[in-house]
Design a protein around this ligand. Structure first.
Ligand code: B16
Ligand code: MG
Length: 217
């Protein structure tokens, strides 16, 4: 029985991946590292510092810890410039409607994001009051695929993991949900998210009845 739904933020509720990409690309250019949209897939759901490590590995570059912090901060400033300009119309189609529908049916709703900027993003999208619990990059110590972010969400909602459904767009995030013992609905490409229990293209036209049907056959 579904008692709670946990939502990833970037790539599920809003397409901030494009802003992350632009900001990392700028930094990679500065470091003389070539960085493509394909490489960007590796960064989805991964923390800021780990994302930097992945880029440095791509370019076979080493930096001191101080330099790493400085570059990560620089990337974040470029990213934030975009986020401050973001408006509620950048919510992905159908996401808000789906969350409102499941809430009305009594299902609890939590956010489970790796982003330290999640509170600001929710504010920009005017949906900060929509969640019964919010767990983001400021509260977790272990990054996805570790299940910590989703287990904390379930415990805040006082729902057992087996009664939770996670919506995720990233490979690391799907793994985190499965590691938490939860059902996972992938958002995006079925081939990429092959570990998810089901994959849907997005929330457009997706209703609670569709979610329930997925588990009836
Ligand atoms: P920040 P999610 C993740 O958010 C993004 O997918 C990932 O690309 C990003 O590096 C990470 O947040 C950290 O973000 O730099 O804002 O703390 O998909 O887990 O909602
Ligand atoms: Mg994501």
């Amino acid at each position: 029985k579904i008692k709670a739904c946990l939502f990833d933020l970037d790539g599920v509720i809003v397409d901030t991946a494009k802003y992350h990409f632009l900001a990392w690309k700028k930094l990679a250019d500065e470091l003389g590292i070539s960085f493509s949209e394909e490489n960007n897939e590796l960064l989805k759901g991964v923390s800021r510092m780990q994302s930097l490590e992945i880029i440095l590995n791509l370019g076979k570059k080493t930096l001191t810890d101080d330099e790493k912090l400085r570059f990560a901060d620089k990337k974040n400033q470029v990213y934030l410039d975009q986020i401050y300009r973001m408006k509620a119309d950048e919510l992905l189609p159908g996401a808000k409607e789906f969350i409102e529908e499941i809430k009305q049916s009594g299902i609890k709703v939590a956010l489970g994001s790796a982003s330290k900027n999640a509170p600001l993003i929710l504010q920009q999208l005017e949906i900060e009051d929509m969640f019964d619990a919010i767990v983001d990059g400021n509260e977790v110590t272990e990054a996805k695929p570790d299940p910590e972010v989703f287990l904390k969400g379930a415990s805040a909602l006082q729902v057992e993991p087996q009664n939770c459904v996670v919506f995720e767009d990233a490979i690391a995030g799907v793994e985190a949900a499965k590691n938490a013992g939860m059902v996972c609905i992938g958002i995006g490409d079925p081939a990429t998210l092959s570990q998810a229990d089901h994959v849907i293209p997005g929330f457009e036209g997706f209703r609670l009845s569709n979610l329930i049907n997925l588990f009836e056959d």
